[in-house]
Write a protein that binds this ligand. Structure first.
Ligand code: SAH
Length: 368
């Protein structure tokens, strides 16, 4: 990766920062979602458009890049769901496949999936090229809505958290949206919108993050599954009522370290933590489906990742330590691990609980 050319009007600013500042100068402050869409998705300079951000050389590492066991477990789960489907055959869909690693591992582990038409929803030309090399039979789409109507088996890992998100804060009396504008020196700076109408009063310090794109995709998955059958699996670093963070979650990552989200747009990954209670509600409100919830650690353990790790280690003893480390990273409860911080949400047609999830426990008010 080469350093971006310096813009003429502010030394140190890259080309995308100059574009965003010009846009704000002309139109006024923009929402965090608009800023994010430009920083990540600008056709020429957007973060995902210009690079492969994954792995030790990149800015972050995802579960499929930690170990083949992750994609294998997902593959087995999808193949089990396939057994419940009749004709026509479902489309196998992955949203934001990155390097294609998850799907390669899933198809190796679960042969019946290989007969399905494979759709990859991806906007980055760099990652599309990597995916085509590893999954030559796949068809690319720029948006989920472009995948033909019909039954689907859908997987999205660390996808929703990259979609543009709006941020709202309450000062105790009114809600305002956080906006990106320019300070007195012409540098990018956060500010607040005018009072937002139609939102209930909330205590000072209350906050909300809402991604219309993420909401639309989850609702669309639910609608298709209710109408045609299939299943969807969303996995992400997120939260629910039990572990909701104290403040807004949008953060920038560069070279595996935290960075300022407004600094050098296009050079850092920007992600937020989806609210899994909200996603579950959206799916259930969109269509008559059943929503299943778990943590990544509990989900993978229930699918048998422990046995898979043991058999891999027995087959390749020299790798036993690496495999144990990967298992801990994927399923462990610690701060540096993904087991509890990452959540899993599945959408299925109304009916039985799929593998990997506990039977719903009836709440006290439920009829027997
Ligand atoms: N699922 C992969 C990659 C996660 S990174 C893994 O687990 O390793 C996020 C992925 O989503 C990348 O492939 C990125 O290019 C893609 N992406 C980001 N925004 C997108 C959008 N609006 N539409 C489609 N894909 C998008």
């Amino acid at each position: 990766m080469t350093a971006p050319a310096l813009s003429r009007d502010r030394p140190g600013a890259g080309p995308l920062e100059a574009i965003i500042r010009a846009e704000i100068a002309a139109r006024g402050p923009i929402s965090v979602a608009e800023y994010m869409a430009l920083a990540l998705g600008h056709p020429e300079y957007g973060y995902y458009m210009t690079r492969d951000p994954l792995g030790t050389q990149g800015d972050f590492t995802t579960a499929p890049e930690v170990s083949q066991m992750f994609g294998e477990m997902i593959g087995l789960w999808l193949a089990e769901r396939l057994e419940h489907l009749g004709r026509p055959a479902p489309a196998l869909v992955e949203l934001g496949p990155g390097r294609g690693t998850l799907m390669v591992d899933a198809l190796r582990a679960a042969a019946p999936l290989r007969a399905l038409p494979l759709w990859l929803v991806e906007t980055s030309p760099v990652l599309r090229a990597a995916q085509t090399t590893r999954l030559p039979g796949a068809t690319h789409a720029a948006a989920f809505e472009e995948v033909p109507e019909g039954p689907i088996l859908l997987i999205a890992n660390e996808f929703l958290d990259a979609l543009p998100v709006h941020q709202f804060v309450s000062d105790g009396a009114v809600w305002r949206e956080i906006r990106v504008g320019l300070d007195a020196n012409g540098a990018l700076a956060r500010g607040l919108s005018a009072q937002l109408p139609g939102r209930d009063c909330a205590p000072k310090g209350s906050w909300a993050e809402e991604s219309p794109t993420a909401d639309r995709i989850v609702a669309e998955a639910a609608r298709r599954i209710a109408a045609h059958g299939g299943a969807a699996l969303f996995v992400d670093y997120g939260y629910d009522a039990a572990d909701r963070p104290a403040g807004p979650t949008l953060q920038a990552l560069r070279g595996h370290a935290r960075a300022d989200a407004l600094e050098e747009p296009g050079m850092a990954d920007l992600t937020w933590l989806p609210d899994f209670d909200r996603l579950a509600r959206l799916a259930a409100d969109a269509a008559p489906v059943t929503v299943h919830r778990s943590s990544q650690g509990a989900f993978l353990a229930a699918l048998g990742i422990g046995q898979r790790a043991a058999s891999l280690a027995a087959r390749i003893p020299s790798e036993a330590g690496t495999i144990a480390d990967a298992l801990e990273r994927l399923c462990g409860p610690g701060e540096g691990a993904m087991g509890t911080r990452f959540k899993v949400l599945a959408i299925t047609p109304s009916g039985a609980t799929p593998p990997g999830f506990a039977e719903p426990t009836p709440s006290p008010g439920d009829a027997p």
